[in-house]
Design a protein around this ligand. Structure first.
Ligand code: NAD
Ligand code: TYD
Length: 379
């Protein structure tokens, strides 16, 4: 069996569902169920004896030791993290606790467990650490994409905490011989993503008649990968990856944020037009930028393509259409996660942002006259 940390979150839940759809090998999901963890994401596994859920913190070393000794996994796939850059700016401590100290405790527990293994079980054991391209920092418009050899230059509390965790994983391999694998992936999108991240937030706000808050000039570039392609890549790395290696994973889909938002508006105009037939693009507002906002991320995924034969299956066009349709078909899920705590977050993150940072120019839209609307507040 395998243990998956953070398996009630966005990518972790997609991974667990995908894993059990493809394999008979059991999964134990360990998740603290923070605001981002949602057991409803795993509801379709109710009654499936191949899956067990344990609510717990990766900083709880005693719990980790018990779970490893009892279940004797052949792998740990480590997704659990605080994952949202804006939240890390408002409150970095939880990021240091979970992403750095949590990873440290998990590594230590894995090391102690690995020491008890012998023979084939020892050779087969893997610790796969799921990380992000944000550890490499920001690229200029024309700079080559990040390879695995790009220097680490994290700029946000989130990316700094993930960089620190990557370094710990590397060190536990070199110093203690723990059989680790690390993946650094670009921005994911797809079903089950919490509507605090760009794509689900824009879909949610558009349908709720709220402003679509584009930070700065909207020209920041991200590479986008459908979550199902990320899951396939992780399975490939777990199966065939070389010990101690790092694999960059990306979608060959660099997009400016404003272009992503325009595409989302156009898809919604087609699939769920507004009652007044006016485009959702009219809801776009340019707002005060994120502090330290990285300008561009881009991934060179040549290494994983050459060594493991992995390629993304979705294009951004096909993946985004499927994602928008998923959110339209799962509004009850969205309602559930956009509860009270989420409203407090949007008040805090967007309440203080000044709208109209870019005026009318880039989008050809009316200049907003008031501050950001927040869910639950009058527009
Ligand atoms: P998420 O925020 O949706 O989910 C994180 C999960 O971890 C939640 O279920 C949460 O309850 C759980 N968790 C948080 N703290 C915990 C703790 N102390 N102990 C146990 N569980 C805890 O995140 P996500 O977007 O699914 O990202 C998963 C991983 O992938 C993270 O490590 C993230 O850094 C990485 N990643 C994300 C992206 C992306 O675009 N979302 C891209 C590349 C890498
Ligand atoms: P996000 O989904 O938070 O991912 P990350 O910061 O990890 O890349 O943001 C993606 C991009 O979208 C990023 O450049 C910030 C921008 N953004 C907005 O313009 N408006 C928003 O409301 C959010 C949440 C993000």
């Amino acid at each position: 069996m395998i243990i998956v940390t953070g398996g009630a979150g966005f990518i972790g839940a997609n991974f667990v569902l995908d894993w059990l759809a493809q394999s008979e090998e059991s999964v134990l999901t360990l998740d603290k169920l923070t605001y981002a963890g949602n057991l409803a994401n795993l509801a379709s596994l109710a009654g499936d004896t191949r899956h067990q859920f344990v609510q717990g913190d990766i900083q709880d070393r005693a719990l980790l030791d018990v779970l490893l000794a009892r279940h004797r996994p052949r792998a740990i796939v480590h997704f659990a993290a605080e994952s949202h850059v804006d939240r890390s700016i408002h409150g970095p401590e939880a990021f240091l606790q979970t992403n750095i100290l949590g990873t440290f405790h998990l590594l230590e527990a894995a090391r102690a467990y690995h020491a008890t293994l012998t023979g084939e079980a020892r050779d087969a054991f893997r610790f796969l650490h799921v990380s992000t391209d944000e550890v490499y920092g920001s690229l200029d418009a024309t700079a080559p994409a990040f390879t695995e050899h790009h220097p680490y230059e994290p700029n946000s509390p989130y990316s700094a905490s993930k960089a620190a965790s990557d370094h710990l994983v590397r060190a536990w391999h070199h110093t203690y011989g723990l059989p680790v694998l690390t993946t650094n992936c670009s921005n994911n999108y797809g079903p089950l993503q919490f509507p605090e991240k760009l794509i689900p937030l824009m879909i949610h706000n558009a349908l709720a008649g709220l402003d679509l808050p584009v930070y700065g000039d909207g020209a920041n570039v991200r590479d986008w990968l459908h979550v199902s392609d990320h899951c396939t890549a992780i399975r490939a790395v777990l199966a065939e990856g070389a010990l101690g290696e790092t694999y960059n994973i990306g979608g060959n889909a660099e997009m400016k944020n404003l272009d992503v938002v325009h595409t989302l508006c156009d898809l919604l105009d087609e699939l769920r037009p507004r009652a007044d037939q006016i485009s959702y693009r009219t809801q776009i507002r340019f707002v005060t930028d994120r502090p330290g906002h990285d300008r561009r991320y881009a991934i060179d995924a040549t290494h994983i393509a050459r060594t493991l034969g992995w390629q993304p299956q979705h294009t951004f066009t096909s993946g985004l259409r499927q994602t928008v349709q998923w959110y339209l078909d799962h509004q009850a899920w969205v309602q559930e996660v956009t509860s009270g705590a989420y409203r407090q977050w949007t008040d805090m993150n967007y309440g203080g942002r000044v709208a109209g940072a870019m005026g009318t120019g880039a989008a050809g839209l009316p200049t907003p006259e008031s501050g950001m609307a927040t869910p639950g507040a009058p527009a």
